[in-house]
Design a protein around this ligand. Sequence first.
Ligand code: KIV
Ligand code: ZN
Length: 390
Amino acid sequence: MSKDKVHIFDTTLRDGEQVPGCKLDTKQKLVIAERLDELGVDIIEAGFPISSPGDFKSVQEIAEVVKHSTVCGLTRSVKKDIEVAAEALKNAKRPRIHTGIGTSESHIKYKFRSTQDKILERAVEAVAYAKKYVEDIEFYAEDAGRTDNEFLARVCEAVIKAGATVLNIPDTTGYCLPEEYGAKMKYLKENVTGIDKAVLSCHCHNDLGLATANSIAGVINGARQIECTINGIGERAGNTSLEEVVMILRQHPYLNLDTDINSKLLYSTSQMVSHKMGMPVQPNKAIVGSNAFAHSSGIHQDGVIKKRETYEIIDPEDVGVDESSIVLTARSGRAALAYRAKKVGYELTKLQLDRVYDEFLRFADRKKEIKDEDIHKIVETTDINIESLA
Ligand code: KIV
Ligand code: ZN
């Protein structure tokens, strides 16, 4: 059975770049946009053109260089925003305007001091206005995670009639549980007339660490687009992480969902974004963290050396990491030491390994991690006749 495609909408350059200290200049954004295009991202949200002349310029230049991906610009439900976005996107091969408005009770009451009917009217007007400029219109119902489903369905139905091609259902505050977010998508699929004319999109924030789980629940329940960022960067606790959702769909083929992402470019893209934004990747970050394929306990190391799959569900090469690493610490066993010693040139017999291992443990108790140069020292200080392979 052929798999259903989940579109990947990358917002590293918009939601991701909103993080304090992560500001990029146009040149840096262009390099990242070209890499996202090569990675196989379907839609690149290049910025919020009305927000500053710099953002306008970045969106405009990205629109000119991107070859395959759709290029998208964010707007509020405000005519001027839409005009400026349309201008910035005018040279894009595939332009998309992303417009929307807050739909939750708290946004309507406190942010807009308005009513549901007036918000619905503004949403429809914005979509219809954007439609004059481009065909592909994505509508976001900000704070949809906390919006009453019945009202959300009314808004979705009305904006589809006005020409929206994608319906973004953001869990703006990262509040939802996966079951709740999945049920919201299912409700919209079942209760919005005309829903087959639009793609439902997941846009989840990570305030409770559930952004990835919620996005996956969303696509299991009918959404076919995920909005995400490289390394999961974004406002507050961040957005859904692109590398996580891509690999989850790939590692669970029975879901019958996949993306067009070239996963072999995930690690290098993560490194590029981290470097350009000055935002380190936490070592234990899934898929792209420096420890994601590192094994340090003796039991795990022994298993991985015998057969990688005993403790790894992803082949590191599939995400662009050369190989799994066996980290030597005081918790490591003989198998790991023999493996690493061989890599730096020493083929140890069982007897030699026993002697070197005793010296290794003394060393390892004093150091956090044993590096290749330490192995040479340990072997040299051990009084045995080592046959060097080097
Ligand atoms: O989190 C959010 O609601 C957003 C919208 C502007 C799409 O980023
Ligand atoms: Zn967001």
